[in-house]
Ligand binder design. Structure first.
Ligand code: 5AD
Ligand code: SF4
Length: 439
């Protein structure tokens, strides 16, 4: 038998890309590839790219440039670009970087095996179509390989919201939900392979409306179906839009024990003027009232969010409104980004604000967020949480995992194993993690 070929995938960006990379590795597994952790001994290199922020395309070109030596040594090496930069730049990538053999957009991963075969015949392969079929259904899974205790499962892709700064509606396309039965089959399979926690993924996951046996189901209805799977202990989902937070989903946070008390609900800005310019179709007030209702259903829920500072025309007063909103919510986690122009989006055409001012605002916002994150994390000391253990900690004898609230927790205990779900009393809070003892 011939040596297996080696595949090196470098993943950028969001959890959906992590999930997609796993599926691509499985699809190419059928072509005789095994994964390697180093580009040096690879027969195929895939960059799974992200286009959402920063100078994504430029980074990809400079990364590709670094493979020049490798390809000279090993002419059979195939190099591919996947993900949202592949979708956005398409043929331009092949024109600008002749090293590239394959360009595949996020909706075409199920075609990778044929595309790989084409490159082996010396041809270039490009596919950035938006097909109608469910790509995950066509991505063949390797038989029953054992998995760790946590997994991502994509239930919905794309977005119809068209926020003025965002490329997602262009790179991932229109909102599409996967049918309920396929998701349940995949979830059961994951659980059989050792998974105890599933995070449902979607760019706009709470807009989920997949086909069920009796018509479309909401995300909450899907969660209740997943709730019935024995052995599945925890359910999470990300990322949500405030306007799609249905009553049944809010209620599920209070009534579904498997649904974890953590919600990522990006607001982007606290200024109504800017929210309007961003085409967000909610106000700061409506967002705050929504959080009130969510907290009424599940008082201990940990809120997380995303912010953009320095959006075109953002004034100091607008920025102040963002700080006020952060003060009011008290986020357990929050991610803040300096606005960066994405060509083709409406905001890219507008007058940009002074970059030094934007840097300063980002620093001030991050200081406030860090303060709240710390205080929320510190407030866990003395409490009992449940931890799903995922991997050995940094020090010998340590085991680490996540609490319901997604805080990293470690214990020094030889009796804990990966996959255990145990009660832990928190005794200490460090910079980025909690320390506990088994309760
Ligand atoms: N500039 C800065 N941040 C952005 N995000 C999306 N597009 C941009 C952009 N052009 C942020 C938003 C979103 C998160 C995933 O990335 O906050 O919620
Ligand atoms: Fe982008 Fe999210 Fe807005 Fe959709 S809802 S356009 S993914 S920021």
């Amino acid at each position: 038998m011939s040596e297996p070929k080696k595949l090196f995938i470098k993943t950028y960006g969001c959890q959906m890309n992590v999930y997609d990379s796993e599926r691509m590795a499985e699809a190419l597994g059928g072509q005789g590839y095994v994964e390697t952790q180093s580009a040096d001994d690879a027969d195929m290199i895939l960059l799974n790219t992200c286009h959402i922020r920063e100078k994504a395309a430029e980074k990809v070109y400079s990364e590709l440039g670094r493979f020049k030596g490798l390809k000279a040594e090993k002419p059979d090496l195939k190099i591919g670009v996947a993900g949202c930069v592949a979708q956005a730049e398409g043929e331009e990538i092949m024109r600008r970087q002749p090293l590239v053999d394959l360009v595949v957009g996020p909706q075409s991963y199920h075609r990778l095996p044929e595309m790989e075969a084409k490159t082996r015949q010396g041809a270039k392969a490009l596919d950035t179509d938006f097909p109608e079929e469910d790509k995950f259904e066509r991505l063949k899974s390797r038989p029953k390989a054992k998995r760790g205790p946590t997994a991502f499962l994509t239930v919905q892709e794309g977005c119809d919201k068209f926020c003025a700064f965002c490329v997602v509606p262009y790179t991932r396309g229109a909102e599409v939900s996967r049918p309920v039965d396929r998701i349940l089959t995949e979830a059961r399979d994951l659980v059989e392979r050792g998974v105890r926690e599933i995070t449902l993924l979607g760019q706009n996951v709470n807009a989920y409306h997949g086909a069920g046996p009796m018509g479309d189901m909401t995300l909450a209805q899907l969660i209740w179906q997943l709730d019935k799977i024995d052995g599945l202990e925890r359910i999470r989902f990300t990322t949500s839009h405030p306007n799609d937070m249905g009553d049944d989903l809010i209620e599920a946070h209070g009534t579904c024990d498997k649904l974890m008390p953590y919600l990522h609900l990006p607001v982007q800005s606290g200024s109504d003027r800017i929210l309007k310019r961003m085409n967000r179709s909610h106000t700061a007030e409506s967002y705050l009232r929504l959080i009130e209702r969510i907290r009424a259903a599940r008082p201990d829920i940990l809120m997380s969010g995303d912010f953009i500072v320095g959006f075109p025309e953002e004034s100091e007063a607008d920025f102040q409104a963002t700080l006020d909103l952060v003060e009011e919510v008290t986020y357990g986690y929050a991610y803040s980004f300096k606005y960066s122009t994405r060509p083709g989006t409406p905001a890219a055409e507008r007058p940009q604000i002074d970059p030094a001012e934007a840097d300063d605002r980002l620093r001030r916002l991050q200081a406030l967020i860090t303060r709240d994150q710390r205080s929320v994390q510190n407030s866990m000391v003395g409490r009992e949480v449940k931890v799903l253990f995922e991997k050995p900690g940094r020090l010998p004898g340590q085991m680490g995992g996540k609490s319901e609230y997604l805080h990293a927790v470690h214990v020094d205990d030889a009796n804990v194993e990966v996959g255990d779900l145990r009660r832990v009393r928190i005794v200490d809070s460090a910079a980025n993690s909690l320390r506990g003892v088994l309760a």
